[in-house]
Design a protein around this ligand. Structure first.
Ligand code: SUG
Length: 446
């Protein structure tokens, strides 16, 4: 029997994956700046996670990388000549700019868009708002291609409604699903909790050291666009003190699934109020809230950032319990691993831990949850998804072969000026659009 499910769409790591230290406030990004990356291994690690979840019976999709280096953008910034001349000039005079326009950051699709299930929207459609990712230039250039990709995967206008990114302005800084949790059963109206870092218009608390990437005004706009009932929306502030400790998105300190919120004691400015609002809100919907709060004395904020314990995936199995998918950094940390063991032994909601190796992505601050975009779908909506983007054993094999054919196993900033790399990327992406039946989604295909 078909049922409502949460499908996870993972971003496939692009061929230009490298470490450039582009994300101030994301400490892993800063720490690994200029180290060698292995794009082939990175893509294979991501595919292995998708395959493992698909084999375990979860609905798993794949979203393609973006075109990088982004030559149209370089031309827009006044560089001219052949592609090779432009790359040589930018590499010589503007090294960080070339990195920004070559970053494979679109892999972290938790930042691609905010998604609301049809059960919550007044028009009964699934709503998507592409994130403007205003705070970082290398990410702000993702929105247009993200929109084209989402439209190519969720095509059917009877079920899916797509909104362009909010205006590119600090006032509306929006980082997508990484700052959004939808709580409640998949097949009934639920609560949507938007987590913002600061207010854009009014005075209020904000971090001092690192930027707050999400504003309240952006979250409110997304809630309006998605036609959500205001009484079932919560606008919650992330604790500015944890942003200053490297928690650049809410999904680095909290994760939800159905009625469960697994979160750190210091995640919010007022954790007690959040808990109360979620309990009362779900009670009104006839559902019980399960809040799993992790105390600072068991797992410090620093250890949460170091291991990405909360950047995990909570997945509902058919038997009523949940699996938590964590990065292997959690297993390597005795305190965090012991704590996870206790959570599972208690078995309140989560009774199984799966460990994944995503080292390449982790070194840029992207764990299991960063790499996935969650989309709750009814059986009809599932049938309307572009079927070629859904993971199967055959697609897994084709994508691995495709990666082996086109990806390098070593890449750093110095390689980005190589015109051969640009050709490799375009050849690879052109093939990929056919493999996934996406049509012409990239600027170089127009
Ligand atoms: N938490 C979630 N949902 N996403 C993680 C995004 C990581 C990404 N890193 C980067 O963009 C680093 C790129 C570099 O430095 O090369 C970012 O900071 O936006």
């Amino acid at each position: 029997m078909q049922r409502c499910v949460e499908a996870n769409f993972d971003g496939l790591v692009g061929p230009t994956h490298h470490y450039a230290g582009l994300s101030f406030g994301n400490e892993a990004s800063t720490r690994h700046r200029r180290q060698d990356a292995n794009p082939r291994l990175a893509a294979r690690q991501g595919l292995a996670k998708m395959k493992a979840l698909s084999d375990a019976g979860f609905v798993q999709g794949v979203l393609p990388p973006h075109e990088r280096p982004h030559l149209p953008y370089l031309r827009r910034l006044g560089f001219s000549g052949s592609d090779a001349q432009i790359l040589a000039q930018v590499a010589r005079d503007h090294r960080q700019l070339l990195s920004a326009l070559s970053s494979a950051s679109a892999m972290w699709v938790a930042n691609a868009a905010t998604v609301s299930p049809s059960a919550d929207s007044a028009d009964g459609k699934v709503h998507f708002t592409a994130a403007n990712l205003h705070n970082k230039f290398h990410r702000a250039i993702e929105a247009d291609t993200t929109s084209a990709i989402l439209r190519a995967v969720f095509r059917d206008a009877r079920y899916f409604c797509h909104h362009p990114a909010l205006p590119q302005s600090a006032l509306f800084g929006d980082e997508g699903a990484a700052n959004h949790n939808r709580l409640g059963r998949y097949d009934a109206p639920g609560l949507q909790m938007f987590v913002y870092g600061k207010r854009g218009l009014d005075e209020g608390r904000e971090p001092m050291r690192y930027p707050a990437r999400q504003t309240l005004e952006a979250s409110e706009a997304v809630a309006r666009l998605h036609l959500l009932a205001p009484e079932r929306c919560l606008m919650v502030q992330q604790n500015p003190a944890v942003i200053d400790q490297g928690v650049f998105h809410n999904d680095v300190i909290a994760v939800s699934n159905e009625q469960v919120l697994f979160y750190h004691q210091q995640a919010f400015t007022d954790g007690g109020a959040v808990r109360g609002q979620l309990s009362r809100g779900l009670a009104l919907l006839g559902q019980e809230f399960i809040g799993l709060e992790v105390p600072e004395r068991r797992v410090s904020v620093a250890d949460a950032v170091g291991t990405y314990l909360f950047n995990s995936q909570l997945l509902s199995r058919g038997d009523g319990k949940m699996t938590i998918v964590v990065p292997q950094e959690c297993r390597e940390h005795p305190g965090v691993w012991d704590y996870l063991g206790e959570v599972v032994a208690e078995g309140l909601a989560i009774d199984r831990v799966d460990v994944v190796d995503l080292r390449e992505s982790m070194r840029n601050g992207g764990g299991p949850a960063c790499l996935r975009l969650r989309v709750v779908l009814t059986p009809r909506e599932q049938l309307a998804v572009n079927p070629r983007t859904l993971m199967t054993p055959a697609l897994f094999d084709s994508l691995n072969l495709w990666v082996d054919r086109h990806y390098r196993d070593r890449l750093n900033q110095d390689d980005l000026a190589d015109p051969a790399l640009l050709n490799e990327v375009r050849t690879a992406l052109d093939e990929l659009t056919q493999l996934l039946d996406l049509g012409a989604i990239y600027p170089f295909q127009q």
